[in-house]
Design a binder for this molecule. Sequence first.
Ligand code: SF4
Length: 213
Amino acid sequence: MKKEERYKGVLDWFEANVPVAETELHYDDPYQLLIAVILSAQCTDKRVNMITPALFRDFPTAEVLAASTPEVVFEYIRSVSYPNNKSKHLVGMAKMLMADFGGVVPSDIDELQKLPGVGRKTANVIASVVYNKPAMAVDTHVFRVANRIGLTNNSKTPLETEKELVKNIPEKQIPIAHHWLILHGRYVCVARKPKCEECGLKPWCKYFLKAKI
Ligand code: SF4
């Protein structure tokens, strides 16, 4: 099957069957989303959603968070993975937001990556979800699902996957395609044993078509 045919089949299927796909993290503004995404590294969205209400209540702005300390923030986030590092990152991120960005979450990927705790994946999520930019954040689900379906050609790194997806997905579909692939990986094309029998992507999926031979 030609690559264009595979991309078209997969994207058309998602468009028809998953018209709404959004982040499962709870947030009300870009500052809150940035905090939630930093916290979600190596951690489930469900766990993050359990602790952010108190965090957002007591640190409603970057200014308030910047005036706090990692020790204080640690008590709010102790149940997520790597709370030590993440509490330092959150306070450092808030200080830099205040000092360099006037308290406003930037939209530029390079500027976002200057913030403590913000890598390329987090920067792409913010650019895409908050600013609707054609940025593709590649997490473990996107990486695995894209390889299995054959949207990427045995990509070895998240950056390779990102570049290949961005090259082949129409610009206006990139923000939602990120969520399509994440949700598909979380609930259907799961890591250990993909649920191919209930998956609508079978006609275009390299992994499934190979297994049938
Ligand atoms: S057919 Fe199977 S391997 Fe392919 S995307 Fe669906 S669940 Fe994943």
